[in-house]
Design a protein around this ligand. Structure first.
Ligand SMILES: [Zn+2]
Length: 288
């Protein structure tokens, strides 16, 4: 993949599964009101801009008897319509796994996580989906051996940005550094696939398409766009990949302006694509 610069998007598609350990009613209300529509609107945007993206799905969303179904509202945990729409999209979209029940791998034994893999495989199989790509819940990378055992070839690594390094050292400082990282329009990093353990490939991410509500309002559209634009330029210069990622929930607030900002980034990608400088890939295309 060294010969050509590339762009890819990965989406953690999980309804309310990201908050299942600590239920937030405010978040779930937003999920019920907006999540499906945001997924559908993203698909329309991808069709409009000829973008192939990777959707990492929590397989519990395909199980009408999943363990969360009785909490609050079943629609916060179960919605196969989203996957069906992704599968039938005019522009090809990759379906990846984001586990069955979004467990934090750090808190569970290998045996417990293997059960999660088995369930995920069962429900993806029911939809005729073969999984090549895995995105770890909460980006907690562990049990790479299980990925290999369940036929997965590639996973998303951590953000290649300075705030992640600070975060490792101190969580509060890390949060501050994340805001600083997004506020100051320095370039995000371009990435290259890395050979990992157990015959796997790791593809780090370059930039989180961050929500802009509450204290994050200080992050301007200008700073995000400049960061992305510079990163695309860098990817072209270095013949690397600019890997953008987000959750549908990153569009829960200021939805319209978030969509406009995403479109602006895609427009810049397409401008360079027309010139033959960059290609657009799903994550599975980085499997060597
Ligand atoms: Zn997640």
């Amino acid at each position: 993949m060294k010969e050509q610069a590339s762009f890819c998007i990965s989406i953690d598609c999980e309804l309310a599964w990201g908050v299942h350990e600590q239920i937030s009613h405010k978040f779930i209300e937003k999920t019920l009101e907006l999540d499906e529509k945001i997924c559908f609107d993203l698909l329309s945007i991808f069709n409009e801009f000829d973008i192939n993206a990777t959707w990492a799905i929590v397989a519990g969303m395909l199980d009408k008897n999943n363990p969360m179904i009785k909490n609050y509202n079943p629609k916060a945990w179960y919605n196969p319509k989203i996957i069906e729409k992704i599968q039938n999209s005019k522009q090809y979209q990759e379906i990846a796994s984001h586990s069955y029940a979004h467990p934090n791998f750090i808190n569970f034994s290998e045996k417990e996580i293997e059960e999660d893999f088995q369930k995920a495989e069962y429900f993806f199989n029911n939809y005729g989906i073969k999984i090549n790509t895995f995105i770890f819940p909460r980006n907690k990378i562990r049990y790479l051996n299980l990925l290999n055992k369940y036929g997965i070839k590639i996973y998303r690594g951590l953000d290649k940005s300075f705030y992640k390094k600070v975060y490792k050292y101190n969580k509060l400082l890390g949060k501050f550094a994340n805001i600083l990282d997004k506020t100051v329009p320095l370039s995000a990093n371009s990435v290259s696939p890395i050979i990992s353990l157990h015959h796997l490939i790791e593809l780090q991410s370059s930039l989180l398409f961050i929500s802009r509500n509450g204290y994050k309002k200080i992050i301007t559209e200008y700073s995000i766009f400049s960061k992305a634009k510079k990163a695309i330029d860098n990817a072209i210069k270095n013949k690397e990949c600019f890997h953008l990622w987000f959750h549908p929930s990153n569009f829960y607030y200021n939805t319209e302006s978030q969509f406009l900002l995403l479109k602006k980034i895609l427009e810049y990608v397409n401008l360079n694509r027309k010139r033959g400088f960059i290609t657009v890939n799903t994550v599975d295309k980085y499997i060597s």
